[in-house]
Design a binder for this molecule. Sequence first.
Ligand code: ADP
Length: 326
Amino acid sequence: MEKKVTKIGVLTSGGDAPGMNAAIRAVVRTGIYNKLEVYGIKRGYQGMIDNDIFKMESTSVANIIQRGGTILKTARCKDFFTTEGRKKAYENLNALGINGVVIIGGDGSFRGAQIFSREYDIPCIGLPGTIDKDIAGTDFTIGFDTAVNTAVEAIDKVRDTADAHDRLFIIEVMGRDSGYIALHSGIATGAENILIPERKTDVEGVVNALIEKHGRKKLVNIIVVAEGEEFGAVELGKVITERIPDQEVRVTILGHIQRGGSPTCFDRLIASRMGYAAVECLLEGRFNVFVGILNNDMHYIPLDKAVKKKQRMSEDWMKIVKILSS
Ligand code: ADP
C-alpha cells in the first residue's frame, strides 16, 4: 500500500518564470485545506541540501499571486547532481518528516526530481514553470504567456521608433534552445522574419527578401531572432549592413525583462490549476509525475518522460509570416 502523504515541501528550481508565486500559493493553500503541513524550501534543491526549509501558513502566500519572481527564490544546484548531495537532501527532509515534494521548474529540475524519487521513498510532483514552453506533454508552461506578452509590448515599442526612422530592427528574444517566444511574439507583432534555433537560418534568403523590400521602399522591418538561433542577432546585423549599406540597421536585445513582471491572467490561472492538481496527486497516490495541460484537461506524465519539446516550425506558419508582413 502507498504510504500516506502528510507533510509536503514546495520549491522553485532552475530558471525563474512569472507565475511561480501563483503556483506556490496554490500548493500551500490546497495542502493546508487538506490538513497537510506545508514547508517552503529555499533556492531549489540547494535549500534541500542546506536545510533551508521553513513551515508555511496560509498567510505566508498572501498577496503574492500577482508578483513576478519567486518568494522561495530559485537556483541551479550543482550538489544535487551528486549522490552525496541528494543523500543530504533526503536526510534533511526525513528529519522534518516531509514525505512529498512539489517541484516547480523546467525539464532539468524534473530530471533531478526523477533521480531523487528513484533513490529515496519521497514522491515528487513536477509543475512546468519555464518561460520557454519547451516541455513535451503540456500545451502551456507557467510563465510563457507573461514572457511572450512582455516581448510583444517591447517589440511594439521598438516598431514605433523603427517606423519613425525607416529602420530595420533585429530583436533578440529569449529562448536558448527553443523558438516559442520568438515565433509567437514575432507573429503577434507582424515581424517580417522570425529566426529560431529549431530551423536552419537561410541568411541569403533573409538578405534577398530585404533587398526586394528595399527596392520597393519598404524600409521598416522587424526581424525577431531567438537567443539560441545559430547565426545570432548581432552577426546578422553586420551581414545585412554589409550587403545593404543604405539600410539603417539596429540590434536590440530584450534580455531579462522577459523573465520579470506581474504574471498575466492566463499564467495565474494555469499556475493555480496546476498547483491544486499537484497536491491532489500527492493525496491520491499518483506519484512521480509532472502536471501538464493538454486541450484544457489536466494530464499527469511520469517524470521519466519529461523531455524538451522542440518547436517544429510549420511551413504554414512561415507562410503566414511572409504573407502578412509583405
Ligand atoms: P530547468 O529546471 O529550468 O530546466 P536546470 O536544467 O538548470 O533548469 O536544472 C535545475 C536544477 O535541477 C539543476 O541545477 C540541478 O540542481 C537539478 N538537476 C538537473 N538535472 C539533474 C540531474 N540529471 N541530476 C540531478 N539533478 C539535476
